[in-house]
Design a protein around this ligand. Structure first.
Ligand SMILES: Nc1ncnc2c1ncn2[C@@H]1O[C@H](COP(=O)(O)OP(=O)(O)OP(=O)(O)O)[C@@H](O)[C@H]1O
Length: 272
């Protein structure tokens, strides 16, 4: 499903289409630790966007600031032209979020959770009912819809979280490691839902360190390392001449030497 950029397209997106997300000069420190060091990003609308980076690169911190869950030290974020901190209600109406370490209302059933989320989003009861039934069905949760969320498996929690994030049909969906703990069958289902969603013009932004997944799903990527953007643009542009995104990524984050494991000469080889 890779979409190559058309001839009237810039690296930021289709000419004339405002970006889905515009980030300028974003910084976040935790005490001495700089987590995000002045990020500028322009995420095009209607794309499947991967935010990739090694452990501790600042992906979760960035997504938390972009979705209004964490206040930046400085910088601005706009979603669909609305400032995340200046106009939070407008932004939150337009986005869906599946955060890392998702907290859910454990004592509700899956169906009740969707009913509650839909009403919070201001949808009419019959519309919530219709959409919840369809989402539960597509995500293969219909048989577990009356089970309490506390009794859901990791993958089922991801799927009900995704259903809750999609219920109000947001313009932009932010997903932090959406495939972690999800079995291959469920992953395929989630992919199908997300591909259909982006085909309708909506934008998906997801973080991951699984390069094969990003390469097969995304048509646009941003590479983050040590709190800075190392590359951003259409997948083919970021991959460049490298044989795979994995190779380009290792080159960009300077991890090739560490990957060789030179310092572990005691490991293996018999001597204990
Ligand atoms: N609440 C916090 N307090 C202190 N330091 C933090 C906090 N949250 C994140 N950090 C630090 O900020 C940096 C970026 O962390 P972040 O969780 O954003 O990275 P990440 O790219 O999402 O990593 P991973 O892929 O391992 O989840 C790391 O050095 C981390 O230790």
């Amino acid at each position: 499903m890779e979409k190559e950029p058309g001839e009237h397209e810039t690296s930021a997106g289709r000419a004339g289409t405002p970006p889905a997300v515009l980030i300028r000069g974003l910084w976040k420190r935790y005490g001495e630790q700089v987590a995000v060091a002045g990020i500028d990003l322009e995420l095009p609308a209607g794309r499947f966007i991967g935010l990739v980076g090694p452990n501790g690169a600042g992906k979760t911190t960035t997504l938390s600031m972009v979705t209004g869950l964490l206040r930046p030290d400085s910088g601005t974020v706009e979603v669909g032209g609305h400032d995340v901190w200046g106009d939070p209600v407008a932004v939150k109406a337009r986005i869906g979020v599946l955060p890392e370490g998702l907290r859910l209302f454990e004592r509700l059933s899956g169906r009740e959770l969707l009913d509650y989320t839909g009403r919070l989003r201001g949808l009419a009861a019959d519309e919530v009912d219709k959409r919840a039934t369809q989402l539960l069905d597509v995500l293969d949760l219909a048989g577990s819809q009356h089970k309490l969320v506390v009794d859901y498996s990791t993958g089922m929690r991801k799927k009900i979280g995704l259903a809750a994030a999609l219920l109000h049909n947001p313009e932009v969906l932010f997903l932090d490691e959406p495939f972690e703990g999800v079995d291959p069958v469920s992953a395929q289902t989630i992919r199908g839902v997300l591909e259909r969603y982006t085909r309708s013009g909506a934008t998906v932004v997801f973080s991951s360190h699984v390069m094969e997944l990003v390469e097969s799903l995304c048509d646009w990527v941003a590479v983050l390392a040590a709190g800075r953007i190392r590359a951003q643009g259409p997948l083919a542009e970021v991959r460049g001449a490298a044989p795979s995104l994995q190779d380009a990524f290792l080159e960009l984050v300077g991890a090739n030497d560490r990957a060789a494991g030179h310092d572990l000469d005691w490991l293996g080889g018999g001597a204990r």
